[in-house]
Design a protein around this ligand. Structure first.
Ligand code: IPD
Ligand code: CA
Ligand code: CA
Length: 265
């Protein structure tokens, strides 16, 4: 796909995602306890995640004939293909169900194994973050860039606490203890997609988490890259989409944050 074609595709997908966001918004506070399932340890889901996903799959499939899907809720057969949408219909389900702000739709597109499009829609503030390969990154139509902070001391960090995979706990706590002393502070918002979008627009200077899935990070990672940020796994390598660990930061603090993480883990 050419860059103008990708731009057009992104703008059309944006409309679909805003519309599905309206559905999610309308369900805030309406999901009774009997409609919530614990699908894995501490991992909640309801009809809202599944319905949102079905809507996204139906419309994005029509938008890009021949495309396949990798989705969290598996409402469609997950297959591999040259054009693959990677979808988390509701990132931050626990926040959503507890009626806390900060949850999002996350939609990425891989073409021949490369991330080429990413959209993160934060439903509460109705902020739409998006990027396409080579086109830059945007928040509601305005270009965004990562922050200019150049040291940990001037950085606000984001992370996700481990909640089902405690294998990396020791390393994680070691890294936290350094960041607590040396940074401006650490936040745990509860949506990896939003954490990444906030790195892209400079609200956070860096984000790291382990045990994430491709649908948590695909869209956000591309948005960070297109906003001038760096994205890697915990060893500084490229395996952040399927490798289950991600570090995203502005180029000014990336090496410093990577140094702490690679030593701790
Ligand atoms: C979760 C959120 C959370 C992160 C978890 C994810 P979900 O996604 O992104 O911030 O810490 O690791 O699984 O389950 O709400 O889609
Ligand atoms: Ca998620
Ligand atoms: Ca989800």
């Amino acid at each position: 796909m050419t860059t103008p074609e990708l731009e057009l595709l992104t703008l059309k997908a944006n409309d679909i995602i805003r519309e599905v966001g309206l559905f999610i918004r309308g369900e805030i506070g309406r999901v009774g306890a009997e409609r919530i399932e614990e699908k894995a340890l501490h991992s909640l889901v309801s009809y809202v995640d599944r319905t949102a996903e079905e809507k996204l799959v139906a419309q994005l499939g029509r938008l890009l004939p021949g495309s396949v899907f990798l989705t969290e809720e598996e409402t469609v057969e997950n297959t591999r293909g040259d054009l693959m949408w990677i979808i988390d219909p509701l990132d931050g389900t626990t926040n959503f169900l507890h009626q806390l702000p900060c949850f999002a739709i996350s939609v990425g597109l891989q073409a021949h194994g490369r991330l080429v499009l990413g959209i993160v829609y934060e439903v509460n503030r109705q902020e739409l973050f998006y990027a396409w390969e080579g086109g830059g990154a945007f928040l509601d139509g305005k270009p965004i860039r990562v922050s200019r902070a150049e040291s940990l001391k001037d950085s606000l960090l984001a992370t996700g606490f481990p909640y089902y995979d405690f294998e990396g706990m020791n390393g994680y706590l070691k890294a936290l203890s350094v960041f607590m002393r040396e940074s401006r502070g650490i936040r745990r918002l509860g949506s990896a997609a939003v954490d990444l979008a906030y790195v892209a627009c400079g609200r956070f200077d860096a984000f790291f988490e382990y045990s994430l899935h491709p649908w948590d990070v695909a869209a956000g990672a591309l948005i960070v890259r297109e906003a001038g940020g760096r994205v890697s796994d915990f060893s500084g390598g490229e395996n952040y989409l399927y490798g289950g660990e991600i570090l995203a930061a502005n180029p000014g603090v990336y090496e410093q944050v990577l140094g702490v993480i690679s030593e701790a883990f």
